[in-house]
Design a protein around this ligand. Sequence first.
Ligand code: VGL
Ligand code: ZN
Length: 208
Amino acid sequence: MKPVEDVLLVVDVQYDFMPGGALAVKEGDEVVPVINRLARAFSHVVLTQDWHPRSHVSFAANHEGRAPFDMMTMPYGEQVLWPVHCVQDTEGAALHRGLQLPHARLVIRKGHHEHVDSYSAFLEADRVTPTGLAGYLRDVGAKRVWVAGLATDYCVAWSALDARRAGFEVSVIEDACRAIDLEGSLDRAWREMRDAGIERIRSDYLLA
Ligand code: VGL
Ligand code: ZN
């Protein structure tokens, strides 16, 4: 069993990211059994939940004449316009019921500000507004963050990079993640994570 200094961060394992969901990630459901196996090895588990108001700026439907997966320039930078997904308190925003994480301590809900997206579990897309997760992890004495969930190239990568910037050791468990992969975003994400000193591992290595 890993000590409390090792935190398993389970990112956005929600129905809208499952096959058939509003923003489906290919094989997104396949992370659930892997995460359940991993979670039994961690005494400390934290989850994130993408949690948008229906009026959210990241939804193509809220911009006339725009289609999902178009790019749009926001005051805080370039933003992918997404299908409407993970609307607060809807079925699509619910955590997958197959997750067996009774010991998870904290759920960080992100993307709740109407005008700012938040892929990262740590900092919103304006890159200045904290979610509070870094403070929590420091408070409880966390040293390494082990990241799993959806999607590898968006919320997992951004969370891993921000965890590193916040001073934690970071490992991404690749077979416990699946990607959206828009125009090379997955290769780019792995490259950025490698350059940031983030470890890329597989669950069998960790559980062996
Ligand atoms: C995500 C796009 C939009 C993710 C969330 O969880 O990776 N991607 N919102
Ligand atoms: Zn989102």
